[in-house]
Design a protein around this ligand. Structure first.
Ligand SMILES: Cc1cc2nc3c(=O)[nH]c(=O)nc-3n(C[C@H](O)[C@H](O)[C@H](O)COP(=O)(O)O)c2cc1C
Length: 189
């Protein structure tokens, strides 16, 4: 927990688009976080494609920063776009880099996923794949509520406001669940 006793969360968004629905949903999650929780959003925009030869020379600063942020957070919140039935390459690449030894920083972390996608399923397939990766990462995701914002282009206004009241409620409930879950199992520092 942070010095103030609240849960500290690192947000990681898999879309770099300025008008990203996933980033808009992440912003809404932050706006609806429970009292005491703090959320920092990682910048993964400058992380280069994974290269084991580069890693062998040492993590680039962009990756080292992300790894430190993950290690220092009590929990991780992923905003997960769906690209071709899976998570975006940008998100997978950041996870791949951060997950390399030593001291794999995701291990033992509570986490949650939210997602918005153009399709009816709201990114369900991408979230399924991300959950599968979480097994190998040794993370502990909350299961419910699921936040799957389908047909996102009809659910947000031009300013990025989520107009769907039910969706807003799911995001609020998910943040409360992440707070409870993190306190219950404890975030690994
Ligand atoms: C390469 C690519 C693949 C996509 N594949 C899917 C898909 O499998 N399912 C889906 O619902 N939407 C798919 N979409 C549409 C995205 O859901 C949509 O572009 C969404 O706005 C991306 O998230 P963002 O708004 O956070 O950038 C795809 C978009 C791109 C660019």
């Amino acid at each position: 927990m942070s010095d103030s006793g609240g849960v500290s969360v690192l947000g990681i968004c898999g879309s770099l688009r300025k008008a990203s629905y996933n980033m808009a949903a992440l912003r809404l999650a932050i706006a609806q976080k429970p009292a005491g929780m703090t959320v920092t959003v990682a910048d993964i925009s400058q992380i280069a494609p994974y290269d084991e030869d580069v890693r062998a020379q040492g993590f680039p600063l962009t990756v080292e920063t992300l790894r430190r942020q993950i290690a220092g957070a009590d929990a991780v919140l992923f905003a997960c776009p769906e690209y071709n039935y899976s998570m975006s390459g940008v998100l997978k690449n950041a996870i791949d880099w951060a997950s390399r030894p030593p001291d794999q920083p995701f291990a033992g972390k509570p986490c949650a996923i939210l997602g918005a996608a153009a399709g009816m399923a709201g990114g369900a397939r991408a979230q399924g794949d991300l959950r599968r990766s979480m097994v190998f990462l040794d993370m502990h995701p909350i299961n419910k509520p699921e936040v799957l914002i389908g047909q996102a282009q009809t659910k947000f206004d031009e300013s990025g406001k989520l107009l769907d009241e039910a969706g807003r409620g799911f995001i609020r409930d998910m943040m409360a669940a992440l707070d409870r879950w993190t306190r219950q199992i404890g975030g690994k520092k």
